[in-house]
Ligand binder design. Structure first.
Ligand code: ATP
Length: 319
């Protein structure tokens, strides 16, 4: 391999820059050229790229977002458009492509590999932690810390005013962020897409706790399960608290990555280059039992990540 291309694609995730830095520096140490395409698959289609070097990726690890920027490029679902991208990569003599992103981005990578034999490797980056076969994706830990920090502040106000806060967090298909942030702040309840909710039982439980003298209540809801407004409607006049709604929204995506995300991204970026050199194309770098391994993209994308039932039971037990 003489020239590696990198894209960051789909929703941005803190730690993407650390992964770009790790890929670039690992490649540079082996005298492999690196180019970064701007705005995900759009940059490949437009041949819009920047040459990356050991020194040009200095000082980016601590930055949130992605210096390569990202975009949603729906036309990439069209095989003719993918053929154009493959032609561009071949013209540019890119003989290894690192795709950093979520399931959609990894699907594009898998198709470039299957249809055009482009030597791709994926790096999972998505704040939802919904990518199968890897214990963690880049960005999850930072997102979680941001959500917990915000909820802790809300809890102060909840206690001072004896209020309930319903906090809506990201997670369209997965309740991971809701569950883990709820666990971390000792939320009274966590509403996630994986578990049907019995609002009568829930409102009654919160009301009983209120009667016993509880002075605050935090309910975390994953956007994929319900909106905070619809949860509030169920609670109206039934839980003994004045209720406030907070939707954390896009603040969960940005911010300087945590040490965990910097380390994970660095390890995955370093491993991605080494796996490419070993010819492990059409795969994704995964964290499995503390080690970086490869998993075929075909396998990753044929599965759905399931939330560990033990975690759900843990949160139910402690809340
Ligand atoms: P996030 O988890 O943050 O949503 P993602 O990578 O899943 O990240 P998507 O918007 O689903 O985000 O996908 C990013 C890009 O990947 C799309 O804009 C498109 O260019 C490409 N892509 C997504 N799905 C497909 C598909 N089925 N076939 C080919 N390319 C795809």
């Amino acid at each position: 391999i003489k020239k590696i291309g990198i894209i960051t694609s789909g929703g941005d995730a803190p730690g993407m820059n650390a992964a770009v830095r790790a890929v670039t520096r690992t490649a540079a140490s082996k005298n492999i050229e690196v180019i970064g395409f701007y705005k995900g698959y759009a940059g490949i289609l437009d041949k819009d790229f920047v040459e990356l070097s050991y020194s040009s990726v200095g000082g980016i690890m601590e930055k949130g977002g992605t210096i390569l920027r990202t975009a949603r490029v729906p036309e990439f679902k069209n095989p003719e458009i993918r053929a154009e991208a493959a032609r561009n990569l071949k013209d540019l003599k890119v003989d290894g492509l690192v795709v950093i992103g979520g399931e959609g981005s990894l699907t594009g990578a898998k198709l470039l590999f299957e249809e055009h034999n482009i030597p791709v490797i994926g790096i999972p980056a998505s704040i939802d932690n919904d990518i199968p076969d890897t214990d963690m994706a880049i960005g999850v830990d930072t997102c979680l810390n941001t959500a917990v920090d915000a909820m802790q502040k809300l809890k102060d106000t909840a206690s001072s005013h004896e209020r309930a806060f319903i906090v809506e967090v990201m997670g369209r298909g997965s309740g991971y962020i809701a569950l883990m942030s709820g666990l971390s702040v000792g939320a009274e309840a966590v509403i996630i897409p994986e578990v049907p909710v019995d609002y009568n039982e829930l409102t009654d439980r919160i009301w009983q706790e209120r009667k016993r003298g509880k002075i605050n209540c935090i309910v975390v809801v994953a956007e994929g399960a319900a909106s905070a407004y619809s949860v509030a409607r169920h609670f109206e006049n039934k839980i003994g608290y004045e209720t406030r709604i907070t939707i954390l929204g896009h603040i969960q995506r940005g911010g300087s990555p945590t040490a965990f995300d910097r380390i994970l991204a660095s390890r995955m970026g370093y491993s991605a280059v080494n796996f490419l050199l070993e010819g492990k194309f059409g795969t994704m770098v995964a964290l499995e039992k503390g080690q970086t391994v490869t998993v075929p993209l075909e396998k990753v994308l044929s599965e759905k990540k399931v939330l560990d039932p033990k975690l759900i039971d843990l949160v139910n037990t402690l809340s």
